[in-house]
Design a protein around this ligand. Structure first.
Ligand code: F6P
Length: 363
């Protein structure tokens, strides 16, 4: 029987997923493997009906490299919805192993974020029969052990372009623009995009800020001759009187997932109340789209090839990191000990922003 590998994308989509799928397909074909695209992440692997597509040269042509999102779909809620409905982790584990055997898979490439890696680790047992290679992706870049997760750098490009587009209007009306970006509980998008776009203040969940000091900073920018001001705000920032978890999360939808909303508008209203004409733009899901940037295409391509090479040589249970411009192979069991990361004051971009006089909070 022809050897078979499965690939799935799970968690929030981003740019670069299709680049991984394409290169995994091309490499798998070269080694004589069939590649099955398991649709909708773990849901396609564990739900009652098998849900997959056999990948072909037509589906995986080169135009995929630039296309954001996932041609095999990605699910964010199935696991949590199942657990909430009383299905146990053991049930899901059994279903995944059963489907893996039914499909006669020789290996599985999972492309996901920190939540997906936690789930995957729970699905693996000590003497596991699933030959898994995990590729980290998330626009939030909050997965430890890798310099860049797939999707992060494309998201930065979208955010920087948006800030520059908004800047012309801010300037014409001499306004302050508050721009709310994604990132969940980490401020990487806000920090890196804010610095690349030369903004005046960057508010991140990792560093507390003072509303009075922020407003004083905005006023100081105008006093120094600026005709406008840009404040980038990470979606999960909180203030003394604005708490996401109490007021603004529209239902906690999973054990790894919550939705943030509203802080940008709140901060804009406070700045406006101090007498500065201010508007807010919430960038939202455009940050997960756009044209995949060159780095995500290249890293995705390298990782797709490496994942298939590892499976074909029997080295599985691995996590692919991008470190110092190379793909590094780590053990999933070591990586899960500390999956999440956040910005710290040691981060060179945070340090540079402070030294350039950008307000990054009371640090
Ligand atoms: O984790 C990626 C991410 O885009 C976060 O930055 C954001 O908070 C969340 O997903 C949005 O999720 P959803 O697509 O479910 O609204």
């Amino acid at each position: 029987m022809e050897k078979r590998v499965g690939i799935l994308t799970t968690g929030g989509d981003c740019s670069g997923l299709n680049a991984v799928i394409r290169s995994a397909f091309v490499r798998a074909s070269a080694l004589g493997y069939q590649l099955l695209g398991i649709k909708r992440g773990f849901r396609g692997l564990a739900s009652d009906q098998p849900d997959f597509v056999e990948l072909t040269p037509e589906l995986c042509d080169a135009s995929m490299l630039s296309r954001a999102g996932s041609i095999i779909y990605s699910d964010t809620k199935w696991i949590s919805a199942s657990l909430n409905a009383g299905v146990t982790v053991e049930d899901i584990k059994r279903a995944v192993h059963r489907r893996y055997d039914e499909l006669h898979l020789d290996g599985l490439v999972c492309v996901g974020g920190d939540g997906s890696l936690t789930v995957l680790h729970e699905l693996l047992s000590d003497n596991d029969q699933l030959n898994v290679v995990f590729i980290p992706k998330t626009i939030d870049n909050d997965v430890n052990h890798t310099d860049f997760a797939i999707g992060f750098q494309s998201a930065l490009q979208v955010v920087v372009d948006a800030i520059e587009d908004i800047r012309s209007s801010a300037r014409s009306h001499e306004r302050t623009m508050v721009i709310e970006v994604m990132g969940r509980d980490a401020g990487y998008i806000a920090m890196y995009a804010g610095l690349a776009a030369g903004v005046d203040a960057i508010l991140m969940p990792e560093f507390a800020f003072s509303m009075d000091k922020l407003i004083a900073h905005v006023k100081a920018c105008y006093a120094c001759g600026q005709d406008h001001c840009i404040v980038v705000v990470s979606e999960s920032v909180e203030t003394d009187d604005f708490k996401h978890k109490e007021e603004f999360v529209e239902g906690v939808v999973s054990y790894t997932h919550s939705e943030y909303k509203g802080i940008g508008k709140y901060i804009a209203a406070k700045i406006r109340a101090s007498g500065i004409e201010t508007r807010c733009s919430v960038l939202g899901h455009i940050q997960r789209g756009g044209t995949t940037c060159i780095s995500d295409r290249l890293i995705g391509t390298l990782m797709g090839v490496e994942a298939i090479n590892l499976i074909s040589s029997g080295r599985t249970g691995k996590f692919l990191a991008f470190e110092n411009n190379r793909v590094a192979v780590l053990d999933i069991k070591d990586v899960v000990k500390s999956i999440n990361r956040k910005l710290s004051l040691d981060n060179e971009y945070v340090k540079a922003a402070k030294e350039l006089g950008v307000y990054v909070g009371e640090v």
